[in-house]
Design a protein around this ligand. Sequence first.
Ligand SMILES: Nc1nc2c(ncn2[C@@H]2O[C@H](COP(=O)(O)OP(=O)(O)OP(=O)(O)O)[C@@H](O)[C@H]2O)c(=O)[nH]1
Ligand SMILES: [Mg+2]
Length: 225
Amino acid sequence: MVKDTQESGPGKVAPQKPYDFLIKIVIGGSDKVGKTSLLNRYVHGQYQDHYVATIGIDFMVKELETKNGDTVKLQAWDLAGQERFRSITSSYYRGARGMLLVYDVTNRESFEIMDHHLNEVQRMAQEDIVIFLIGNKADNNDSRRQVSYEEGKKYADENGVSFLETSARDNINVNEAFEKFVEAVVDQYKKDRANAASSKPHKQQSRSQEKLHGTKSKSKTCVIL
Ligand SMILES: Nc1nc2c(ncn2[C@@H]2O[C@H](COP(=O)(O)OP(=O)(O)OP(=O)(O)O)[C@@H](O)[C@H]2O)c(=O)[nH]1
Ligand SMILES: [Mg+2]
């Protein structure tokens, strides 16, 4: 169902494909929690043990199809967790439709700083941004855990965000996390459109509304979120 994307590089011309949605998301959290590893696992199916800090911002692209049959081109902005980059990275919250906020279940500090990250998102991001809290490094048989599943879930519930534990190393829940996340972003967009349409009943239906309401065959127009 999910295809890998290798669309850039010397001498390669990116093929023009129609997508239903082009979605910009950001992945944030403290340094060394495994943000880049999660993306590498999801986009390239790869994992490496040695740590290479992200400098500033990195970027990965993945194409996928949701359970509802929507084709999505996902642009994921991988934010450096090191404190010295914070002033740059928080500016990337603006315009993002979704945010994966990652902590490391074996590092309590990375969980306790979530209040700060959520405040920043509230301050900088659009109101209807979809947020998923991810407890990464929930590896098989790991005794170094400092944050329980229940604690992570409780925190997420209290803050009205979705929650999943993952392991980039052991490939646990990584695809599920991204797929659920993308579906939630698309659903949120559809809700927003439906609300906008119902508050403007006499306006001419837009192409994307037609698609949403099934009144026209599948549009070739890509909705940029
Ligand atoms: N045990 C374990 N280690 C992991 C996992 N995910 C990442 N790591 C390791 O944790 C370290 C940091 O991973 P990164 O993905 O570079 O972390 P990051 O959050 O991108 O860090 P910054 O770029 O500095 O913000 C690396 O040594 C990874 O191999 C995991 O699921 N389990
Ligand atoms: Mg990184």
